[in-house]
Design a protein around this ligand. Structure first.
Ligand SMILES: NC(=O)c1ccc[n+]([C@@H]2O[C@H](COP(=O)([O-])OP(=O)(O)OC[C@H]3O[C@@H](n4cnc5c(N)ncnc54)[C@H](OP(=O)(O)O)[C@@H]3O)[C@@H](O)[C@H]2O)c1
Length: 316
C-alpha cells in the first residue's frame, strides 16, 4: 500500500526525511482492526517526528500520521482515536506513528476500542481534522482549563490547528476570546472566527481566566501577564521553544495554575464529535491535498503560512 513515512531523522531539514512509497499492509494483532483510510490530516507532530523528536532512529522507518477517518471492516464510518495504551512508554500511551504505524497510508491498524463513530453529516475530511488538534483543544478547554467557569480566554499563536480549534470551540461555548498572531492576515482570519485579534505581547482589554498555550517560550510571559487571579494556563506544546522563563512571584501572588495537557480520551473524542455535529461546527481547513501530493502538504505545514488544518484526501 502507498504510505508517507519517516525514513530518517533530519533535525534541521525535516522534509528531507519524508519518503512516499509502498509499505507492507498492516498485520493487526488480536483485538486490533484495520481501517480503510478515506481522509487524514497533518499535525506539527509529523514535523517533530521527521526531526527525530519522539521518534528515535531504531523505530524507523515509521509511517507518519495521527489523524484519520475511514471505514472499518464492518463498513462503519469511523474516526480514529490516536492514543494507544502502551506500558512501555513513560506516559503510559503512545500516539499512532510513535510506536505503531500511523494514518498516512491506505490502511491503518488500531485497537478496536480506538474507533469512534463518525457523525453521519460530517465529511471524512472534516472528521479527519478532529482526533488530534480538536481533541487537544477540547481537553485543554473543557477538562484541564475548566472553561465552564471562565468568561474570557486567550489563545496564543492563532494559525495552528490547535489554536483555530480552541478559538472556534471557545466562541461556540459563549466565551470572550482573544487570540494573538504575529501576522496581520492571520489576525484578520481569527477575527472572522469571532475572536478579538491582538498582536503578540499586546495588553488585552481585560485579564482572562484561561490561556490556551501551544507556542511556548515566545508567548509564555504574555500568557502569565494576561492571566487574572486564579487563572489556568494550559500548555499542550512549545512550537516556538520549550524553555520559558516563569516569574514565580506571579504564580503564587496571582494563584495561577500552570497545567500540562496531552490529547484526550476516546470518550472526549465522541463528546466533541457530538458537540460539533449538534452545533454545526466545522474544522478550519487551510488546504486539502490528494494523497498523491502529500509531500506538498508537508511543505505547506512546514512553511508556517497555514491557518487551520492541512487535510489529505486519500481517494485522490
Ligand atoms: N500535547 C498534545 O496533545 C498536543 C496535541 C496537538 C499539538 N500539540 C503541540 O501543539 C503545538 C501546536 O500545534 P499545531 O499543529 O496546532 O500548530 P503549529 O504548526 O505548531 O503552529 C501553531 C502556531 O504557533 C505559532 N508559532 C510558531 N512558531 C512560533 C515562534 N517562533 N514564535 C511565535 N509563535 C510561533 C504560530 O502562530 P502565528 O504565526 O499565528 O504567530 C502558529 O500559528 C505543537 O507544538 C504541537 O506539537 C500538542
Amino acid at each position: 500500500m502507498r504510505a508517507a513515512y519517516a525514513s530518517s531523522s533530519k533535525p534541521d531539514a525535516p522534509l528531507s526525511a519524508l519518503t512516499v512509497d509502498d509499505r507492507l499492509d498492516p498485520d493487526p494483532p488480536d483485538g486490533w482492526v484495520t481501517v480503510d483510510v478515506r481522509a487524514s490530516s497533518l499535525n506539527h507532530h509529523e514535523i517533530w517526528s521527521l526531526r527525530g523528536v519522539g521518534l528515535p532512529a531504531d523505530r524507523l522507518p515509521m509511517i507518519l500520521g495521527c489523524d484519520a477517518a475511514g471505514v472499518d471492516p464492518e463498513g462503519n464510518e469511523v474516526v480514529l482515536h490516536s492514543v494507544v495504551p502502551d506500558p512501555k512508554d513513560p506516559r503510559g500511551y503512545s500516539l499512532l506513528s510513535e510506536r505503531h504505524p500511523g494514518t498516512l497510508a491506505e490502511r491503518v491498524a488500531v485497537p478496536a476500542g480506538n474507533l469512534v463513530a463518525k457523525p453521519a453529516g460530517m465529511s471524512f475530511l472534516d472528521a479527519a481534522c478532529v482526533p488530534t488538534a480538536w481533541l487537544t483543544a477540547y481537553h485543554m478547554l473543557v477538562t484541564r482549563g475548566r472553561v465552564a467557569d471562565a468568561d474570557a480566554v486567550l489563545v496564543q499563536g492563532a494559525g495552528g490547528g490547535v489554536s483555530t480549534a480552541a478559538v472556534v470551540l471557545a466562541v461556540a461555548l459563549g466565551k470572550r476570546v482573544y487570540a494573538t498572531s504575529r501576522e496581520q492576515w492571520k489576525r484578520d482570519r481569527v477575527a472572522e472566527l469571532g475572536a478579538t485579534a491582538v498582536a503578540p505581547g499586546a495588553r488585552l482589554p481585560e485579564r482572562v481566566n484561561m490561556v490556551v498555550e501551544s507556542v511556548g517560550a515566545p508567548t509564555f510571559e504574555h500568557s502569565m501577564k494576561s492571566a487574572r487571579p486564579g487563572a489556568r494556563i494550559v500548555v499542550c506544546g512549545a512550537t516556538g521553544g520549550h524553555l520559558a522563563t516563569v516569574d514565580l512571584r506571579r504564580v503564587f501572588g496571582m494563584q495561577l495554575d500552570i497545567l500540562g495537557s496531552s490529547m484526550g480520551t476516546a470518550e472526549e473524542l465522541a463528546e466533541l464529535l457530538t458537540l460539533m455535529a449538534e452545533r454545526d461546527l466545522r474544522p478550519v481547513i487551510d488546504s486539502t491535498y490528494g494523497f498523491s501530493a502529500v509531500a506538498d502538504a508537508f511543505a505547506r505545514l512546514h512553511s508556517g503560512e497555514v491557518f487551520g488544518k492541512v487535510a489529505i484526501d486519500h481517494l485522490h
